[in-house]
Design a protein around this ligand. Sequence first.
Ligand code: PMV
Length: 350
Amino acid sequence: QMPETGSATWQSPSNIALVKYWGKKDHQIPANPSLSFTLNSCKTTTSLEFQKKTDRKLSNTFDFEFYFEGKKKEDFKPKIETFFKRIEEFCPYLKNYKLVIKSENSFPHSSGIASSASGMSALALCVMSLEKELNPDISEKYFNKKASFLARLGSGSACRSIEGPLIAWGTHKNIEGSSDLFGIKYPFVMHEVFNNYQDTILLVDKGQKQVSSSVGHNLMYGHPFADARFEQAHTNLDKLQQVFENGDLENFISIVESEALTLHSMMMSSNPYFILMKPNTLEIINKIWEYREASKVPVCFTLDAGANVHVLYPNQYKEEVLEFIKNELIRFCEHEQYLCDEIGKGAKKL
Ligand code: PMV
């Protein structure tokens, strides 16, 4: 039974990788497994309105409008059209509907925060809500799994934003149920020190990314260090399993910081090569190291494929770390901007 009209709204968060996805085996298939904290406050809210097309002849094109923060956006449409084409074989009903998509981010536009994970996961969830209208019997488990599967086809890391607090994506021999096709909840215990773990995002450079992640992933084909890097990701996942069990923050810090610097070193040693850190990124990293040494507070950094720094620390140190950030770090941020976030539970239907 086809519903004539309807709508759904989803709020989906960003995520921050502890073990990084960088490089593909194949189209939207990761070369190595990755693991991320789902975030809470940095999120995209997307609504999808759908109306059944009356003219059958029109059912061979995607018919949609896209609004971003209240304004009709034509320049975003090709990206969405590409996404629809990729998911079409799994969602053959899409062309039977006229779609209106409205999206907004909780974080400032062009903050240098990638919105692809939150944006693509929110859209994938909206598509799944349409599917559920057509087939009300689908289980929650199937819903989430397919939403993650579809989100991956929009942006790889987006498949890790459906649920929380820790999501693994990519086949790993010691992570039961892991798949290259969708993210799964990390199946091991998480020590209580990681409850409400904090991520304060320092906006060092709000400019457009110098290298898109799709270009970046492609640089791993034929990269001289690729195989060693992919193997290292597997090893780091094994080490993290211990860490999540025993709450050993010293090891957590050394794995997470090494992953961030390895991601950047892959870009520095590819052909062509890129430096995505800015001088202030290094200033911040050095300050964090000095502070950690002096205070013994277990605070560390991680990076995405850009200059911004994610500062990670246990909830119990929130007050003193925020003091440190305000006194010592925000001077290295563009317009002194930073975002306070923490580990979250995943997407929500509104
Ligand atoms: O999802 P993509 O294709 O934009 O790749 C994101 C890659 C990193 O953010 C750099 C690492 C990761 O695992 O999230």
